[in-house]
Design a protein around this ligand. Structure first.
Ligand SMILES: *[C@@H]1O[C@H](CO)[C@@H](O)[C@H](O)[C@H]1NC(C)=O
Ligand SMILES: *[C@@H]1O[C@H](CO)[C@@H](O)[C@H](O)[C@H]1NC(C)=O
Ligand SMILES: *[C@@H]1O[C@H](CO)[C@@H](O)[C@H](O)[C@H]1NC(C)=O
Ligand SMILES: *[C@@H]1O[C@H](CO)[C@@H](O)[C@H](O)[C@H]1NC(C)=O
Ligand SMILES: *[C@@H]1O[C@H](CO)[C@@H](O)[C@H](O)[C@H]1NC(C)=O
Ligand SMILES: *[C@@H]1O[C@H](CO)[C@@H](O)[C@H](O)[C@H]1NC(C)=O
Ligand SMILES: *[C@@H]1O[C@H](CO)[C@@H](O)[C@H](O)[C@H]1NC(C)=O
Ligand SMILES: *[C@@H]1O[C@H](CO)[C@@H](O)[C@H](O)[C@H]1NC(C)=O
Ligand SMILES: *[C@@H]1O[C@H](CO)[C@@H](O)[C@H](O)[C@H]1NC(C)=O
Ligand SMILES: *[C@@H]1O[C@H](CO)[C@@H](O)[C@H](O)[C@H]1NC(C)=O
Ligand SMILES: *[C@@H]1O[C@H](CO)[C@@H](O)[C@H](O)[C@H]1NC(C)=O
Ligand SMILES: *[C@@H]1O[C@H](CO)[C@@H](O)[C@H](O)[C@H]1NC(C)=O
Length: 803
C-alpha cells in the first residue's frame, strides 16, 4: 500500500516536472524491536553506497551513529538503540566520491521492552477473564496473548489495566501473557500466567403453576456441584437465595400477581460460584377475581349480563380477564367488567379468570345467575259468557310472575299480575283487544313477545222490536250495535228456520206461517270474530190463520155462520155487510149467529180471527140473502064480479109473487113479477083470505098474510032492458037475494066515457027497483049501470048495453 502510494505520487511528479524525478528516493521502516530498527530504501541511480545515520527525533542534530551499505543493499538494520525512543533515520545515496546524491529520512520509534507478567487474573464470568497488569511508560497499547492446551490462540489488544478477555469458553484453563505495543511494534511476551474461567450460568426456565409459587428448572451444567437461585421481588430491596443440587426448585409462599426477578448460577467443584445468569422476570399467577357482580344490561338490540369484579390486591403488569358461563358464552376484557351476550331464560354459572403472562388464575367463586325470562308463548284467548275473558299463555322457565297487558281498541288499558298462566279480565263485545304478556323474575322482565290481536264478537243489538207487518211477515228493527258488520236475523219455530242477512239494522222476514210462535234472534256478525250467538231470542207469534170453509145457514132472519177454526187460540169475528150496514158476531168457537137481519137484503159474510198477535186475513166472503119482504100494502079491487085486480106495494127482495085468494068456495092465484095481477074466478059475495108468497131471485120464499077480502055482492043477473013507448026504459034483473040494495042507473055513453059531471048532470036516474024511467031526446047509447050498494063501498058493475 505504501508502495502504491509512492508510485502514484511518483507518477504525478513525473508528469508535472522533470526535476522532481530525482527526488523519488525514499526510506522506510521495515520493522522495529526494542533495540533494532530494520529499514529499507529505494535504489538511487548512480549511488555506489548508502549511508544511514540515526538521531533522536528530540535532537535531530545530534547524530548518534551511522552505518554504510553497499550499492546493492537496499535493507539494513540499526542496532543498539534504546527501547521506545523515536529516532530519525536519514539515508544518503553517495556516489563514488562520497558525495550525497540524494537523501531521505524517516522517523521511527523503537519497540518497547518485554513486560512484567500479568499480576492477577480473575474470572469475570464464564467467558471473561479480567487481567490486571502494570502499565508501561510510553506505551499506550498492550497485547494479551491467550492460549490453552486445546490449541486456542488469541491476541487481544488492550489499552489499560484491568483488561477483560472475553469470548472465552466457560470453565476452561487459559495461559495469558502480555506484550507492550507502540508504533514501532510490540515487545516480547511476558511470562505466562494461567487462569480458569468459571461455570456458565444455568439455562433456566421459570413458570408459575399457582398464584403463590414459581418453579425454576434448568439444564444441568457440566462440572456443577450446586446451584444458587436468587429471587428478587420487584420494587422491594430483598433478595432471597436458594441453594440446591437439584436441577429444579419450587419457590412457594409467594404473593400472587407480583413480579419476581430470578437469576441462577452454578458452583464448580473448587467452590467457585459460576457466572450469574441474567435476571428472568416471572410473575406469579394473579389472584382469583372476587366480588363478582352480575346484572342485566339491555340495549336496543340485545341483552347482556354485565359482569364486574375486583382484585383484592395490587398486582404487577397488565391482566386479561376471561369471563365464562357454562352456557358457553364468554367475554374477554382487560378492564374489570365485561358483558356476556345472553338470551332469555338461561341459567348461567359465571366464573371470572384473570390471566397474566404467568397464566390464568384460579376461577372466581361461581355466581349463579338466572337471566330474565323468555316472553310467554302461545297466547290464547278464551271468551266466557259473563263478559269476562281469559287470556292464557304457556309458562316459561324461571319466571316468578307475569304481567298481562290488555289494551282495548278505544285506548283503555287493563293489566293484571299473576303467578299462574292465565288472567281474567273484563271484556266487552264489539271491541278489539291487543294483549301481551311479560314474564318477570329478579333479573327483570322478559322481552316483548307476540301481541295477540283479538276482536270480541259484536254486541247484541238493543231495542229489538219485532212487529208483524202482515200475517206472514215480521219486521224486525234494532239499533245498530258495536262491532257488527252484518246482522243475521233468524226466526225459528219447531219446524222451520227463516234467515235474512243484512248490514242494515232492519230486516223483514216474510213467508212465515200463520199462528206460529217464532223465536227471533238477531245475531250481529263481523268478519274477524264471527257471529255473536249469545243474543237474546225474542218470541213473536204470527197473526192467526184465516178461517176457512165458511158455512152459512139461513133461518128466518138469523144466519148461522160456521167455519173451520185452525188456530190455537183466537177470537173470531163474523162480519155481515149489507145495505143497512154491518152486523157482527164474535166468538172464540167456530160458529156464531147473526140475528135480526132485515128481510130482502144481501149480506157478504166473512170471518176474521183475532189474537194477541194480531188479526188474520178475512176469510173468503160468502153472500147470503135474507127472505124477501112481504109487500106492506095489498089492495084487492074487484074489477068485475069474477075478476079482481090485486095490487101491492113494493116488497124488498122479492122478484115474483104468488098471490092467493082462498075461500072455501074456491081460490084464485096469480104468479107474477109485477106488483099487481088480475085474478079471475072470483066468486061474488065470498070472503077470501088473502095470502102472498114472495120469492127472491134466488128462490127464497116468504109467506105473507093479509086481511081477508070479500068479493062484491053478486050482480043482478038476467038484466033486461026494455024501451017503453015514452022513451023510457025498463030494466029487469033477477034479484040476488042478498042484503045489498040494487041501484040501476042509466047514463049516456058520453057521460059514461067522459066524466062524473056529465054522469051526474046529464043522466042521473037511479032506480032501486027493477025499473028506471028515463027519457032521452036523442038516440043515444045508454048504459045501464047497476050498483050493489055495499055498506062500505060500492062496486060498479058496468054493463054496456048497446042501444
Ligand atoms: C541544527 O543544524 C542546523 C544547520 O546545520 C541549525 O540551523 C540548527 O539550528 C541546529 N539545531 C539545533 C537544535 O542545534
Ligand atoms: C521527524 O521528527 C521531527 C521532529 O518531530 C520532524 O521535524 C521531522 O519532520 C520528522 N521527519 C520525518 C521524515 O517525519
Ligand atoms: C426436580 O428435580 C428432582 C430431582 O432432581 C426430580 O426428581 C424432579 O423430577 C424434578 N422436577 C422437574 C419438574 O423437573
Ligand atoms: C423485568 O422487569 C423489569 C421491570 O418491569 C424490567 O425493567 C426489566 O427489563 C425486565 N427484564 C427482563 C429480562 O425482561
Ligand atoms: C348492543 O349490545 C350488543 C352486544 O351486547 C352490541 O353488539 C351492540 O353493538 C349494542 N348496541 C348498541 C346500540 O349499544
Ligand atoms: C358447551 O360446549 C361444550 C363443548 O363444546 C358442550 O359439551 C356443552 O354441551 C356446551 N354447553 C351448552 C350449554 O351448550
Ligand atoms: C377469550 O380468551 C380465551 C383464552 O383466554 C380464548 O380461548 C377465547 O377464544 C377468547 N374469547 C374471545 C371472544 O376472544
Ligand atoms: C267476572 O268479572 C267480574 C268483575 O271483574 C267479577 O266480579 C266476577 O266474579 C267475574 N266472574 C267470573 C265468573 O269470574
Ligand atoms: C302489576 O304490577 C305492576 C308492577 O308491580 C304494577 O305497576 C301494576 O299496577 C300491577 N297491576 C295490578 C292490576 O295490580
Ligand atoms: C288459571 O289459573 C288458575 C290459578 O290461578 C288455575 O287454577 C287454572 O287452572 C288456570 N286455568 C287455566 C285454563 O290454565
Ligand atoms: C288487529 O287485527 C285487525 C284485523 O285483522 C287489524 O285491522 C289490526 O290492524 C290489527 N292490529 C294490530 C296492532 O295488529
Ligand atoms: C247468512 O250468513 C250465514 C253466515 O254468516 C250463512 O251461513 C247464511 O247462509 C247466510 N244466509 C244468507 C241468506 O245469506
Amino acid at each position: 500500500m505504501g508502495v502504491m502510494k509512492w508510485l502514484v505520487i511518483f507518477v504525478i511528479l513525473c508528469i508535472s516536472s522533470q526535476v522532481a524525478a530525482q527526488s523519488g528516493f525514499e526510506l522506510s521502516k521495515f520493522s522495529a524491536t526494542s533495540k533494532t530498527v530494520f529499514l529499507t530504501w529505494t535504489r538511487y541511480p548512480g549511488a555506489e553506497s548508502y549511508r544511514i545515520s540515526t538521531a533522536r527525533t528530540s535532537s535531530p542534530n545530534d547524530t548518534i551513529g551511522f552505518v554504510l551499505f553497499g550499492a546493492n543493499t537496499l535493507m539494513g538494520s540499526i542496532s543498539y538503540l534504546s527501547q521506545g525512543v523515536e529516532y530519525i533515520f536519514t539515508v544518503e545515496a553517495l556516489d563514488g566520491s562520497q558525495r550525497t546524491l540524494a537523501s531521505a529520512s524517516t522517523n521511527t520509534t523503537t519497540a518497547p521492552d518485554s513486560m512484567d507478567p500479568i499480576q492477577t487474573i480473575k474470572p469475570k464470568n464464564s467467558k471473561t477473564l479480567i487481567a490486571e497488569f502494570n502499565l508501561k511508560n510510553g506505551v499506550s497499547q498492550y497485547i494479551i496473548r491467550v492460549v490453552n492446551e486445546q490449541g486456542f490462540f488469541r491476541e487481544d489488544k488492550v489499552s489499560s489495566s484491568p483488561a477483560e478477555i472475553t469470548n472465552l469458553s466457560p470453565y476452561t484453563e487459559y495461559s495469558l501473557s502480555i506484550m507492550a505495543v507502540n508504533s514501532a511494534g510490540r515487545s516480547q511476551p511476558s511470562t505466562t500466567v494461567t487462569a480458569k474461567t468459571v461455570l456458565p450460568p444455568p439455562q433456566f426456565f421459570t413458570s408459575s403453576p399457582t398464584n403463590d409459587s414459581i418453579v425454576v428448572s434448568w439444564a444441568p451444567v457440566d462440572y456443577a456441584v450446586q446451584y444458587t437461585v436468587s429471587v428478587h421481588k420487584f420494587d422491594f430491596n430483598t433478595e432471597i437465595k436458594y441453594n440446591t443440587s437439584d436441577t429444579n426448585l419450587t419457590i412457594s409462599a409467594l404473593e400472587a400477581g407480583l413480579l419476581y426477578m430470578i437469576k441462577t448460577s452454578a458452583w464448580d467443584p473448587i467452590g467457585r460460584n459460576g457466572e450469574d445468569s441474567l435476571y428472568k422476570n416471572q410473575t406469579t399467577r394473579p389472584p382469583a377475581p372476587s366480588s363478582v357482580n352480575v346484572s342485566v344490561v339491555l340495549n336496543n338490540t340485545a341483552a347482556g349480563l354485565s359482569v364486574s369484579w375486583e382484585l383484592e390486591k395490587q398486582v404487577y403488569g397488565s391482566l386479561k380477564y376471561h369471563v365464562m358461563s357454562e352456557q358457553n358464552v364468554t367475554c374477554n376484557t382487560t378492564s374489570t367488567s365485561c358483558i356476556l351476550p345472553v338470551g332469555c331464560g338461561e341459567l348461567h354459572t359465571i366464573q371470572v379468570i384473570a390471566s397474566n403472562e404467568a397464566g390464568p388464575s384460579y376461577p372466581s367463586t361461581p355466581v349463579i345467575f338466572i337471566t330474565f325470562p323468555c316472553p310467554p308463548q302461545s297466547l290464547a284467548h278464551a271468551p266466557s259468557l259473563d263478559g269476562n275473558c281469559t287470556l292464557t299463555w304457556n309458562t316459561v322457565p324461571y319466571a316468578d310472575k307475569y304481567e298481562a297487558f290488555i289494551k282495548r281498541g278505544d285506548g283503555s288499558e287493563e293489566n293484571c299480575n299473576t303467578t299462574s298462566n292465565n288472567c281474567t279480565y273484563r271484556c266487552l263485545c264489539g271491541h278489539t283487544y291487543l294483549m301481551s304478556v311479560l314474564a318477570f323474575n329478579k333479573a327483570g322482565s322478559s322481552p316483548h313477545g307476540k301481541v295477540l290481536n283479538y276482536t270480541t264478537v259484536p254486541c247484541c243489538p238493543e231495542n229489538v222490536v219485532v212487529s208483524a207487518v202482515s200475517t206472514d211477515t215480521l219486521e224486525i228493527m234494532w239499533t245498530a250495535s258495536l262491532g257488527a258488520e252484518l246482522y243475521e236475523t233468524r226466526a225459528a219455530d219447531a219446524s222451520e228456520v227463516i234467515l235474512c242477512n243484512d248490514t242494515a239494522p232492519v230486516c223483514a222476514l216474510s213467508d212465515l206461517s200463520c199462528d206460529r210462535a217464532y223465536s227471533v234472534v238477531v245475531s250481529p256478525c263481523n268478519e274477524i270474530s264471527g257471529c255473536n250467538r249469545a243474543c237474546k231470542a225474542h218470541a213473536k207469534d204470527t197473526a192467526p190463520c184465516e178461517p176457512t170453509n165458511l158455512q152459512l145457514t139461513l133461518q128466518n132472519s138469523t144466519v148461522g155462520v160456521s167455519w173451520t177454526a185452525n188456530n190455537r187460540k183466537a177470537n173470531y169475528t163474523v162480519t155481515a155487510n149489507g145495505d143497512d150496514g154491518r152486523h157482527i158476531c164474535t166468538t172464540s168457537g167456530n160458529s156464531c149467529n147473526i140475528t135480526d137481519l132485515p128481510c130482502g137484503s144481501v149480506y157478504e159474510f166473512s170471518v176474521k180471527a183475532t189474537s194477541a198477535a194480531g188479526q188474520s186475513l178475512p176469510s173468503y166472503t160468502k153472500s147470503q140473502e135474507t127472505e124477501p119482504c112481504c109487500p106492506m100494502n095489498i089492495t084487492v079491487n074487484q074489477v068485475t064480479q069474477a075478476m079482481t085486480n090485486v095490487t101491492w106495494s113494493h116488497a124488498k127482495g122479492a122478484r115474483s109473487f104468488i098471490t092467493s085468494l082462498t075461500s072455501p068456495r074456491g081460490h084464485a092465484r096469480c104468479h107474477t113479477q109485477d106488483s099487481h095481477c088480475l085474478m079471475g074466478c072470483i066468486t061474488c059475495g065470498t070472503n077470501y083470505s088473502v095470502t102472498m108468497e114472495t120469492y127472491s131471485p134466488t128462490g127464497h120464499l116468504s109467506t105473507c098474510k093479509y086481511q081477508g077480502f070479500s068479493s062484491s055482492p053478486c050482480c043482478p043477473s038476467g038484466v033486461k032492458l026494455y024501451r017503453t013507448a015514452d022513451n023510457s026504459f025498463q030494466v029487469y034483473w033477477r034479484s040476488t037475494g042478498s042484503q045489498y040494495s040494487i041501484i040501476a042507473e042509466l047514463v049516456t055513453l058520453f057521460s059514461y066515457l067522459f066524466g062524473e059531471q056529465h054522469w051526474n048532470s046529464d043522466l042521473q036516474r037511479k032506480a032501486e027497483s027493477g025499473l028506471i024511467d028515463a027519457s032521452f031526446s036523442q038516440r043515444q047509447h045508454i048504459f045501464i049501470l047497476i050498483f050493489l050498494l055495499h055498506q062500505l063501498f060500492s062496486t060498479r058493475t058496468n054493463f054496456i048495453v048497446k042501444h
